[in-house]
Design a protein around this ligand. Sequence first.
Ligand SMILES: Cc1ncc(COP(=O)(O)O)c(C=O)c1O
Length: 392
Amino acid sequence: MIPAVLPTYNRAPLEFIKGEGSWLIEADGRRFLDLGAGIAVNALGHAHPALVAALTEQAGALWHVSNLYRIPQQEALARKLVDLTFADTVFFTNSGTESCELAVKMARKHFAETDPARSVIFTFEGAFHGRSSAGIAAAGSPKMTEGFGPLLPGFAHFPWGDIDAMEAAIDETTAAILVEPIQGEGGIRPLPEADLKRLRALCDSHGILLILDEVQCGMGRTGRLFAHEWAGITPDIMMVAKGIGGGFPLGAVLATESAAAQMTAGTHGSTYGGNPLACAVGCAVIDHVADPAFLDAVNRKAGLLRQKLEGLIAAHPDVFDGVRGSGLMLGLTCRLPNTDVLAAGYDAELITVPAAGNVLRLLPPLTISEDEIAEAVTRLDRAATNLRATAA
Ligand SMILES: Cc1ncc(COP(=O)(O)O)c(C=O)c1O
């Protein structure tokens, strides 16, 4: 019999009843160190007092009001994002998938009147942009698309990092290039800064749009507010979600005035997008994450974690192969099946997240302490030692 909850997830037998900072707690009191953060969502950890205060204060005043009316919390958050980034304008969504939907619509609408043949969006193999019809068509992998056809047309897929192939394929039908600066689900694969610069230059020289998906790598995760800042480039359109709500469902599409100019009244909308609760929390999140001292701390802690992971890999060369990624978005490439390492981590009361390419993702809350980083690596060491004992 089909379960009451549609069984589309492979769930671990873990059930948390409370979160505190970097910790998730089960009913029996077992405390798990959380290096998953809800897959890069709980940027400020669990139950951060500033976020609890922002949410409860707003909850006592006004939960929801339609976008038929002005929403001051939404205007405040948009203003902060515009002041802090390349963007001139922001649309709020409830998730990364919805941000993808709008990014695709916006790119096509941008050319609809002046150059209507331009509708095709280029993406890299291994991409993940969400599970909607546009999201799976953008990713294009059989794993995501099989059985869900007919797929939304107008996407072209290229081997990961093959910018030569993209360049050769640009023609009068190309509208945009859509990439994650660091692929998350695809296995923590960072695009080198030089590649991001080259993509920007390609888009400029062909008059097409660069769309960056920073749903997973944005909001301070790499030690800059957004990952593309490391490359010194800016996109035309950017998808954001996950960390921006710190655990409250919130997403956004940021865009330049030029890219967004055709998105006039009536072209897009959302009942909940930019809701007062979500935006009150979003304002509190960004006030913390955009603070240069906070980002400095992320970079410091990222250096410490990486250094300790190098030691872990050296101690367990038969379990781990290497580490890649940026900031507090790191991936351990595994020699044993990543699902076995994940399960051994659960036994050591440590949460990590699997990804493609036999990778174990480490995406801790950005507020993780140095002591907690040391404890996390101790637990990873314990997990690896136990695995080797079992394998022997
Ligand atoms: C890069 C990226 N884009 C889009 C999404 C989809 O976001 P959501 O699950 O919030 O719809 C994800 C989710 O993992 C993601 O990592």
